[in-house]
Design a protein around this ligand. Structure first.
Ligand code: HEM
Length: 417
């Protein structure tokens, strides 16, 4: 049952006249229309721990204030990520189409699997990738057309992040577009046109599994190498994964490294165009890139929410959450909490506390790739500022149909010659 109509022509008026008990902020259409903001604003002010009694994913709680989100995310003993209970998305996956990975596991299983790939993301290891990222970013930017409209998402955001992902996985470089496709299929909303059924999704993802099994077989008997597949193949915690968990962990690394950073790259350019005074400030002082990067990630919030499942009855924010209830931590709302971020809807590249954003989560599942994501954004913007005085957004972005990932399919831009 759906309580809330998606066709919202005046989101603010609707958000402030609709009874709170009819709110269902999980509707993907709200996000595609970029119409979700006033609904979350009202929830933060009037009902910060909100119960939605019916949605396409069933009843669920929304946690919308910054400090409440941190509390839930940090309390993994009360709030579980386990895929057997439903995992990290509102919609429980059918048993046959479940791909467990360490982001959907609780302790003690989660930590050793996370540790298997953690060496990739240490500062010394990332420092070695810095030059590669810089030269790839430079090459992508130098090849961009001048004086003509093109889609920034495909030409820059997808290209740079997919190249990086291929390197991390030790994936054949010339075949890297397969990664983009698998990532898109893994995250697609069934109503968005890419795939129609879970069975179709599974069929394509089994191709992904087969391809990676080929890479695994090459590496499992070879000396340990510096790529993520080799790390998984040589760690006792991940060496003997069943096929579904193998696919789950591969997809976690593919999606984690792809969509989120991609959408931050697009979102940053959009933000600078929406706030031209900030673009001017950046051109006058390119050193501000360092602080702009967390501000981009706050403003964009590429992962809108993560779900948990309550493992016991718990009193929270004056409400009684019952064992088994679904709890959604809306990072997208916490990052706009006016009690923590002044003028929270504005993009301010020298914002004093930009780094305190919630976009990477907290607690045991805090994003493993966060330093890499920041490095990619920082390096790309440094290279842009060296080369291109202006990149103009010349049309409305086309947003993806998802309440989980906040992203773009198209961002039309033009670089003056
Ligand atoms: C701006 C870019 C990114 C954002 C916003 C982001 C966001 C997130 C979020 C919200 C979580 C879950 C946190 C929680 O439940 O508390 C997460 C976990 C994770 N991320 Fe990222 N991520 C980004 C980039 C990356 C990159 C580049 C990689 C690696 C290639 C990556 C790999 C992972 C992994 C492996 C996990 C699971 C960690 C665990 O369960 O222990 N992420 N990320």
């Amino acid at each position: 049952m759906n309580l809330m109509p998606v066709d919202i022509t005046d989101p603010r008026a609707t958000a402030y006249t609709m009874p709170l008990e009819d709110f269902d902020v999980s509707k993907a259409g709200l996000f595609q229309a970029d119409a979700h903001w006033p609904f979350f604003e009202r929830l933060r002010r009037e009902d910060p721990v909100h119960y939605c009694r019916a949605s396409t994913g069933g009843p669920y709680w929304s946690i919308t204030k910054y400090h409440d989100i941190m509390k839930v995310d940090s309390d993994h003993q009360t709030f579980s990520s386990d895929s057997a209970l439903g995992g990290i998305t509102l919609h429980d996956r059918p048993d046959d189409f479940r791909y467990p990975s360490f982001i959907t596991m609780d302790e003690p299983v989660h930590r050793p699997q996370r540790n298997a790939v953690a060496p990739m993301f240490t500062p010394p290891n990332l420092a070695q990738l810095q030059d590669t990222i810089r030269s790839r970013a430079g090459a992508i930017l130098d090849a961009l057309p001048r004086n003509e409209t093109f889609n920034w998402v495909q030409h820059v955001s997808v290209d740079l992040t997919t190249q990086m992902l291929a390197t991390l996985l030790g994936f054949p470089f010339e075949e890297r577009r397969r990664l983009t496709r698998w990532s898109n299929v893994a995250t697609a909303n069934l109503n968005a046109g890419l795939i129609a059924t879970e069975a179709e999704r599974d069929e394509i993802l089994q191709e992904c599994a087969n391809y990676f099994i080929g890479l695994w077989n090459e590496r499992v008997n070879a000396e340990p190498g510096p790529d993520l597949i080799s790390m998984l193949a040589h760690s006792p915690a991940t060496r003997n994964m069943d096929r579904r968990t193998f696919l789950g962990n591969i997809l976690l690394l593919v999606v984690g490294g792809n969509d989120t950073t991609r959408n931050s790259i697009s979102g940053g350019l959009l933000a600078l165009n929406r706030f031209p005074d900030q673009y001017r400030k950046l051109r006058d002082n390119p050193a501000l890139v360092d602080n702009m990067v967390p501000e981009i990630i706050r403003w964009q919030t590429p992962v809108s929410y993560m779900r948990r499942t309550a493992m016991r009855d718990v009193e929270f924010g004056g409400k009684r959450i019952k064992k088994g209830d679904k709890v959604l931590m809306w990072y997208t709302s916490g990052n706009r909490d006016e009690e923590v971020f002044e003028r929270a809807d504005d993009f301010i590249i020298d914002r004093r506390n930009a780094k305190n954003h919630l976009s990477f989560g907290f607690g045991i599942h805090r994003c493993l790739g966060l330093r890499l994501a920041e490095m990619q954004l920082r390096t790309l913007w440094q290279e842009i500022l060296k080369r291109l005085p202006a990149i103009e957004v010349v049309g409305e972005p086309k947003r993806i149909l998802s309440s989980l990932l906040r992203g773009y399919e198209e961002l039309p831009v033009r670089i003056p010659g």
